[in-house]
Design a protein around this ligand. Structure first.
Ligand code: DHK
Length: 145
């Protein structure tokens, strides 16, 4: 493995200014820099964000076609997108790791956030640790190879 896909769903492009009390004041460029600095030599971080469900699904196909592990924060899609769930299942049924991450702890928030339609097909879930959720996921997927 030389590339890890780090996929981010809707509204995460607003990190830094969006509800900083919940999501912190750092933005996606800060996250990319953190993960790039944390990645072992030879591992490239390909961090992307979209508000578009179809685009996120197509990125998961790309992971399957290129045998790439995925760290994904599906954001609000977590809670209701069966289409995203089915695409994410293609990744794990292909034998690739897919770690679901969240910056906040959805279980400590509104009831609608307590359900994830993705978790059951994910390799694992890390939530509530801020950007460390991603960093720990990266440690896992890179340590395994
Ligand atoms: C991010 C979002 O945008 C929310 O819709 C989720 C997740 C939680 C997070 O904590 O990273 O409910």
């Amino acid at each position: 493995m030389s590339t890890v896909l780090v996929l981010n769903g809707p509204n995460l492009g607003r990190l830094g200014s969006r509800e900083p009390d919940v999501y912190g004041s750092a933005n996606l460029d800060d996250l990319r820099a953190l993960l790039t600095a944390s990645a072992p030599d030879g591992v490239t971080i390909d961090l992307r964000q979209t508000d578009d469900e179809a685009e996120l699904i197509h990125w998961l196909y790309e992971a399957v076609d290129n045998s790439l592990p995925v760290i994904i924060n599906p954001a609000a899609f977590t809670h209701y997108s069966y289409a995203l769930r089915d695409a994410a299942a293609l990744v794990t049924t292909a034998g690739l790791e897919l770690i679901e991450v969240h910056i906040s702890n959805p279980h400590a928030r509104e009831t609608f956030r307590h359900t994830s339609v993705v978790s059951a097909i994910a390799t694992g879930v890390i939530a509530g640790l801020g950007f460390d959720s991603y960093r720990l996921a990266l440690d896992f997927v890179t340590r395994k190879h």
